[in-house]
Design a protein around this ligand. Structure first.
Ligand SMILES: NC(=O)c1ccc[n+]([C@@H]2O[C@H](COP(=O)([O-])OP(=O)(O)OC[C@H]3O[C@@H](n4cnc5c(N)ncnc54)[C@H](O)[C@@H]3O)[C@@H](O)[C@H]2O)c1
Length: 278
């Protein structure tokens, strides 16, 4: 699966880094049909109403997965449209709710094969002006909820053996970013979580844990960045352009493949060789 991905146009925005591939003894299964490697599998994508999450859900559905699309109740109309278009199921739920893990498990009585933690927020402010609420909300959505729900779905047995967890870091979590101390801290936490949980989840549950670390991707999140910072973000990479959601989605689909059992504990930048975090 790794060579198929890296030697294809699907990895056009992935470059300039080391990816470790293990021996894959645990849970590496060549798909019967490489066109639909996720046939018969169920995938949950958080933050699926728009942006990168919507592209991830569409790409996993293309690969044959039954998709469960999760987003906040306020985005329910968009969420239902995405799920309907993909023949999937919508789950309107705030991922930071105390009972989020239990509600996801309740919606998936037959279990889950692919868990994509994509939901995320920014609340940018220089650290000196950062109210506590801006710090804690970003840490809770981007990191705390990921910890809690992952724990619940692994310990409760919802995530089946051979399963895949894909988390969403950022090059801001690798390099840091002025005005984004809260966001960078949350995403650096994801990098640490992937590295520590990966080996343990594979040996205890037969589940791999990896993360994408997007650079500048054209979505509503980056459209809100002030003009000059946005242009700099777009151009500070070897391709001199932003990536698009499908670049992150294809990387996620590679991690999610049954043939990617040898890829574990990796944080892969999707950034067009960005100078940040290089
Ligand atoms: N766009 C980029 O350049 C970029 C770069 C690096 C990392 N990322 C990360 O990629 C992910 C997706 O980003 P995007 O650009 O598509 O953002 P976006 O703002 O367009 O979409 C994020 C989605 O997450 C949902 N969401 C937010 N809080 C939630 C909650 N508590 N419960 C459930 N859903 C929630 C939102 O409703 C929204 O639909 C985020 O984790 C983001 O940090 C994006």
């Amino acid at each position: 699966s790794t060579f198929r991905f890296l030697l294809s146009p699907r990895s056009a925005y992935v470059s300039g880094q080391v990816i470790e591939v293990g021996d894959g003894e645990a849970g590496n299964v060549a798909p019967a049909d490489w066109g639909t490697p996720l046939a018969g599998r169920t995938a949950l994508v958080t933050g699926a109403a728009r942006g990168i999450g919507e592209a991830v859900a569409a790409t996993l559905a293309r690969d044959g997965a039954r998709v469960v699309c999760l987003d906040v109740p306020a985005a329910e109309a968009d969420l239902a449209a995405v799920a309907g278009r993909l023949g999937g199921v919508a789950l309107a739920l705030d991922i930071t709710a105390d009972d989020a893990g239990a509600r996801i498990a309740g919606a998936l009585p037959e279990g889950l094969d692919v868990l994509v933690h994509n939901a995320g927020i920014t609340r940018d402010r220089r650290l000196v002006n950062m109210p506590a609420e801006r710090w804690s909300s970003v840490l809770d959505v981007n990191l705390g909820s990921v910890l809690r729900t992952t724990d619940a779905l692994l310990a409760g047995g919802t995530l089946r053996a051979g399963g895949r967890i894909v988390m969403t870091a950022s090059i801001a979590g690798i390099a840091g970013n002025a005005g984004q101390t809260n966001y960078a801290a949350s995403k650096a936490g994801i990098v640490g979580l992937v590295r520590s949980l990966g080996p343990r989840a594979l040996s205890e549950y037969g589940v791999t844990v990896n993360a994408v670390a997007p650079g500048f991707i054209e979505t509503r999140m980056t459209a809100a960045v002030p003009l000059f910072i946005r242009e700099a973000g777009r151009r500070m990479n070897s391709l001199s352009q932003g990536g698009v959601p499908v670049d992150v989605a294809e990387t996620t689909a590679w991690f999610a493949s049954p043939g990617s059992g040898a890829v574990n504990g990796q944080v892969v930048r999707v950034c067009g060789q960005s100078l940040l975090g290089a």
